[in-house]
Design a protein around this ligand. Structure first.
Ligand code: XIL
Length: 537
């Protein structure tokens, strides 16, 4: 009997399939399906039918499958997916109409006017076929139109038609099915970076011109060795604020093989973070995983030495990633009302005139939704102000006022938003600031991949005692690295030295105030260096 008091309450509902929990939040949880295992394997069919409320054809709706020769349409694979979804009360996301891959050679060699006609005909036939089918609710109209630097991908579409093919394709899709939700889709756009900013600007401009872009898809092909795009929620929200629906369309989280339990744990955290981000953004319709079993995944064929990217192993056993997705969908105020334990008393270190580091003993969370992070507050009599947030048991506070006493405390937060009670107070006093002007700059690598990385934010702080009206930050790129893009600063490069001057809107900084900018760099494959020597004047 004692155990009944110690264990969290369980119920039939708590162990329900993913789709039940997603539906309770008004979201879908989806999977990409391949036609061959769907035809041949009972386990594959059973899991696909019971766990997911949305499906995407992994390949069966691509141009090479639906119109392999001009004017000759074949819908057998596409229909198989749509019929399966209909039987199982699932939505279908059509993927994809215009892409530079898996499009037959006959399309690629067309003249501009013939290519325009082919786009119109293809979209009207493919979208038109399912326009009256209630299962098919959305389409990826264009896929991967940007390169990683945020420039236009020089695909055969772009080289033949310029940017115009994007608006043409969306208009053709709207004409073929006025009720379908029409998406633009890409990879490496999960966080805020040069590529996602290019996408943001395009979506904004298309909508201003009346082009029917209803939705933005973030593919979500992530890798545990390249770090989590921690501003994914913020990024989805900025798109949502343009008035579009957002969704994660092709989530998988790969690792360097061999798989081990520590990599599984990291992977589970990444899956949970993605679901939590979608949960937190009202305009996020749901998350689609790119497959579900490691038995059938494009990852080992595409990324050498990597794999195990999905939520079931190759024997259809649930991995920690499954539990993470399940619990993130199931968690929330209705199921987890138990706050984390209070954090330990913070200790301060590295106290300067405008910054300090706080470290504390971590909290634990037993309510089911998991520890999500910490909020750090300054006690100020009547109203306490939040100084910052952290996902670890440490934070670097910046923008503090010189020669000032701070009394601070920390509260832990879980995945359902429950806040712990306050930690005990820590007290520290910042050093007196320099009397004249001065500024500092510190860069943080936000995300990196094999041959590139994003530094964001570069935080620029006015450490002087009076306001400044402009700033210039310099830093050095390692040999062989080239700047691929930047935002919120005006940037010039000479050799490996980069000079970033404030933009028109972020040069004015009061004493102790901070602003930030960001940039993206391409580097030789396998090189792991990042820039150093940030100076501010
Ligand atoms: C992949 C499929 O998973 C593979 O089976 C196929 O060989 C190649 O395409 N971005 C997309 C998807 O939009 O269509 C791709 O799917 C993965 C990357």
């Amino acid at each position: 009997m004692l155990a009944a008091f110690l264990l969290p309450a369980t119920s039939a509902e708590a162990s329900a399939p993913l789709r039940t929990h997603a539906a309770a939040r008004g979201k879908f949880i989806g999977a990409a399906l391949a036609t061959s295992p769907l035809a041949n394997e009972t386990s594959y069919r059973t899991i696909a039918a019971t766990e997911f409320s949305q499906v995407t054809a992994e390949n069966a709706m691509k141009w090479e499958s639906t119109e392999p020769n001009q004017g000759q349409f074949t819908f057998s694979g596409a229909d198989t997916i749509v019929n399966f979804a209909t039987q199982n009360n699932q939505q279908v996301h059509g993927h994809t109409l215009i892409w530079h891959q898996q499009t037959p050679g006959w399309v690629q060699g067309l003249s501009a006017s013939a290519m325009r006609t082919a786009i119109q005909n293809h979209i009207s036939q493919v979208v038109g076929r399912y326009a009256d089918n209630p299962a098919v609710t959305s389409w990826d109209v264009v896929n991967e139109v940007f390169d990683d630097n945020g420039g236009w991908r020089t695909s055969f579409w772009y080289n033949t038609l310029g940017q115009s093919f994007v608006a043409d394709a969306f208009r053709a899709a709207r004409a073929a099915d006025p009720d379908a939700r029409l998406c633009i889709n890409d990879y490496n756009v999960e966080g805020i970076n040069a590529k996602s900013t290019a996408m943001y600007n395009l979506v904004s401009s298309l909508r201003q011109q009346g082009v029917p872009v209803d939705c933005v898809g973030f593919q979500g092909h992530l890798a545990i060795q390249y770090g989590f795009p921690s501003d994914i929620q913020q990024n989805m929200q900025r798109f949502a604020d343009l008035g579009v629906q957002v969704r994660v369309t092709e989530l998988d989280i790969r690792m360097q093989m061999p798989r081990d339990s520590s990599k599984d744990t990291t992977q589970a955290t990444y899956y949970r973070n993605v679901i939590n981000a979608c949960n937190a953004v009202t305009a996020c319709a749901g998350v689609t995983i790119w497959g579900f079993t490691d038995k059938y995944s494009w990852v080992p064929d595409t990324f050498s030495g990597q794999g195990a990217a999905l939520i079931y192993d190759e024997n259809y056993q649930q991995k920690p990633a499954y539990t993470a997705v399940h619990d993130a969908l199931a968690g929330g105020t209705s199921t987890d009302t138990t706050p984390p334990t209070a954090p330990g008393t913070p200790t301060s270190s590295n106290v300067t005139s405008n910054s300090a580091t706080l470290t504390w003993t971590a909290s634990t969370d037993s309510g089911g939704s998991g520890l999500a992070g910490y909020n750090v507050y300054r006690e100020q009599g009547t109203t306490d102000t939040q100084l910052g947030q952290s996902t670890t048991n440490s934070i670097n506070l910046t923008g503090l006022t010189p020669n000032t006493q701070y009394q601070v405390y920390v509260r832990a937060r879980d995945g359902a938003g429950n806040l712990s009670s306050n930690s005990a107070l820590a007290t520290f006093t910042t050093q007196s600031g320099p009397s004249g002007g001065g500024c500092t700059a510190t860069g943080t690598v936000q995300t990196q991949w094999n041959n590139g990385y994003v530094v964001q934010p570069v935080t620029v702080t006015n450490t002087g005692s009076s306001a400044i009206t402009g700033w210039t930050v310099t830093f050095t790129l390692p040999a062989g690295h080239t700047l691929a893009g930047s935002w919120n600063a005006s940037v010039t490069v000479s050799g490996q030295t980069v000079t970033a001057k404030n933009a028109a809107y972020n040069g004015n900084l009061a004493a102790n105030a901070s602003t930030s900018f960001g940039f993206q760099v391409t580097r030789p494959s396998g090189n792991t260096q990042t820039p150093s020597g940030y100076t501010c004047a």
